[in-house]
Design a protein around this ligand. Structure first.
Ligand SMILES: [Zn+2]
Length: 245
């Protein structure tokens, strides 16, 4: 509902380190938002498109971002990382674009991938109806992790331990309701944050129940309870490394 009404933008997350640029989960509006963003985000400069999983709110703009990354397929450059089932019987990436980029990599659990000297791992397969991975980037200035869509499982804590900045897709306010959605709730996020104890946690990917309860107040309450800097993401939010409170 949040995506279809665009109560929050769904264009995904840009990650830049030195000259290397990643775009994680180019959902609906990714291209339009990038072009209108300040500071400017230049789609033809993306080195890698990362897809956590094939659901539409994460994958909708994958094809147009691949077009933009390759200058309308005129320059063979950039790569795409996605779970194998994203190229299954209903592929989310068109075949001509698979030829247009330098490489398409299929994600596997506990693998490490490197793009222009920047490495990330997929520490665990998430608990979600389709094949889903999160990402852990080991930068010289700290470890930045993205716990993408998943149901809660205690294994997530070990998988993402050591994270300095932890971004958590926190969809629902409370447990119960629609268990089939397989998403993290606020109590799940509190559990993960208080066990991993990152220097900073960012909650994002909010559903209606969280938006209706002022996500920034939820984040402040978790900060008070855990002593950790917890923030609620907002559209256009920028976090820089090294992290400085
Ligand atoms: Zn999903």
């Amino acid at each position: 509902m949040v995506v279809s009404r665009q109560l929050r933008s769904s264009g995904g997350i840009w990650i830049q380190y030195g000259e290397t640029t990643f775009h994680l989960d180019p959902g609906p509006g990714a291209l339009v938002k990038a072009l209108s963003s300040r500071p400017r985000l230049i789609p033809s400069s993306i080195d890698a498109l990362l897809l956590s999983h094939r659901h539409l709110d994460h994958a909708n703009d994958l094809n147009i971002m691949a077009e933009a990354m390759t200058n309308g397929t005129t320059r063979k450059r950039g790569c795409i990382f996605l779970p194998p089932d994203a190229l299954g019987k209903e592929p989310v990436l068109q075949s001509y674009l698979r030829e247009a980029v330098e490489e398409v990599y299929l994600l596997r659990e506990k693998n490490t991938y490197t793009v222009k000297g920047v490495s990330f791992t997929t520490p665990i397969r998430h608990y979600h109806p389709v094949e889903t991975y999160g990402f852990l980037f080991s930068f010289p200035d700290g470890i930045v992790s993205f716990i993408t869509d998943t149901q809660y499982h205690a294994d997530l804590i070990e998988a993402y331990s050591g994270s300095d900045i932890l971004v958590i897709n926190t969809v629902r306010l409370e447990k119960g309701g629609f268990p089939g959605l397989a998403h993290l709730t606020v109590p799940d996020a509190v559990d993960i944050i208080s066990n991993i104890r990152p220097r900073c946690a960012v909650l994002t990917h909010f559903g209606m129940t969280i938006l209706n309860h002022k996500p920034w107040e939820i984040a402040n309450a978790i900060s008070d309870r855990t002593g950790i800097d917890v923030r609620a993401a907002r559209d256009g939010m920028l976090l820089t490394l090294p992290y400085d409170r």
